[in-house]
Design a protein around this ligand. Structure first.
Ligand code: AMP
Ligand code: MN
Ligand code: MN
Ligand code: MN
Length: 286
């Protein structure tokens, strides 16, 4: 890491959702790349946080307890990251349990469609090793391992992506509820990777306007694969809606080069960092 890069990384995944490494190795890997403050933000679960906290203490880095909540907004999936959440807050716990049962049901629906599309092994695979917080990424890896796709990306193109034979969008929680659960757990709510939704500019503005009016705190202005130009555009968007800026690699897998630790560009001075904003102010020394 050089001084253009951020030692703060507020978005990553472990084996508690669709990351490939257990929390201990995620934390150790981040620390080895110069990350000094890390948020673990698994999809719809906080169960990886205790192990991550222990590992962070050992590595001498700060662990921010986080989560990435799946939301259905006007028919599209949107991800809302919660940072600095109390993982035992009752509204959050109950809310995430609801999403987990939706994920489990949806996994069976995906299996039905895969079997129909000729992937007979899918049934057996899910019965034998149903992942916690089962995502489409788990299916993408299964399809790669069994030779139905050459890579997870191809598995999305062939089977799992929107409009493909095994696509099941999922019906997640509302934007308002996700923001509420995070706020009630004492955390900051952040719109994850705003450029990855394939929204038109006006649809994205509508999302951010609604998010800000619901009490959301920030948007990610830098994530894996963003260049300086995109970061500057996202900062302008954050400022337009009076939202702070966050950043995170969205690390899943050490083999994916664009989500490696220690490669995020620093936040520009033009945006208010989420860690200097209530309720995170004081948690991170940067
Ligand atoms: P889900 O929330 O179950 O719909 O799964 C979404 C997860 O799948 C995301 O967090 C990504 O990790 C991964 N993902 C979604 N779309 C793609 C894609 N086109 N290529 C690769 N990974 C994807
Ligand atoms: Mn994921
Ligand atoms: Mn996401
Ligand atoms: Mn993510």
């Amino acid at each position: 890491m050089n001084d253009r890069h951020s030692p703060i990384d507020l978005h990553c995944h472990s084996t508690y959702s669709d990351g490939l490494l257990p929390p201990e190795q995620v934390v150790a890997g981040a620390a080895a790349q110069g990350v000094t403050t890390l948020a673990l933000t698994d999809h719809d679960t906080v169960y990886g946080l205790p192990a991550a906290a222990t590992a962070a203490e050992k590595a001498g880095i700060t662990l921010i307890p986080g989560v990435e909540i799946s939301v259905t907004w006007n028919g599209s999936s949107v991800h809302i990251v919660g940072l600095g959440v109390d993982p035992s807050a009752p509204e959050l716990t109950v809310g995430l349990a609801g999403i987990q049962s939706e994920r489990a049901e949806r996994a069976h629906e995906i299996v039905r469609k895969l079997v129909k599309a000729g992937v007979a092994e899918a049934e057996n695979w899910l019965t034998r090793q149903a992942p916690t917080s089962c995502t489409r990424m788990h299916f993408a890896r299964f399809l790669t391992e069994t030779g139905y796709a050459l890579s997870p990306a191809q598995a999305f193109k062939r089977f799992l992506g929107r409009g493909r034979p095994a696509y099941v969008g999922g019906s997640w929680t509302s934007l308002a509820q996700a923001v509420d659960w995070i706020r009630l757990a004492g955390g900051a709510a952040v719109v994850a990777h705003p450029g990855r939704y394939d929204f038109s500019a006006s649809r994205l503005r509508q999302l951010l306007e609604e998010f800000a009016s619901l009490g959301g705190h920030a948007i990610e202005v830098a994530y894996g694969g963003c260049d300086r130009g995109q970061i500057n555009q996202l900062c302008a968007l954050a400022n337009r809606f009076n939202l702070a800026g966050s950043l995170g690699s969205d690390f899943h897998d050490p083999a994916l080069p664009w989500t490696r630790f220690g490669q995020l560009l620093k936040l520009p001075e033009t945006v208010r960092p989420v860690w200097l904003t209530d309720p995170l102010a004081g948690l991170i020394s940067a």
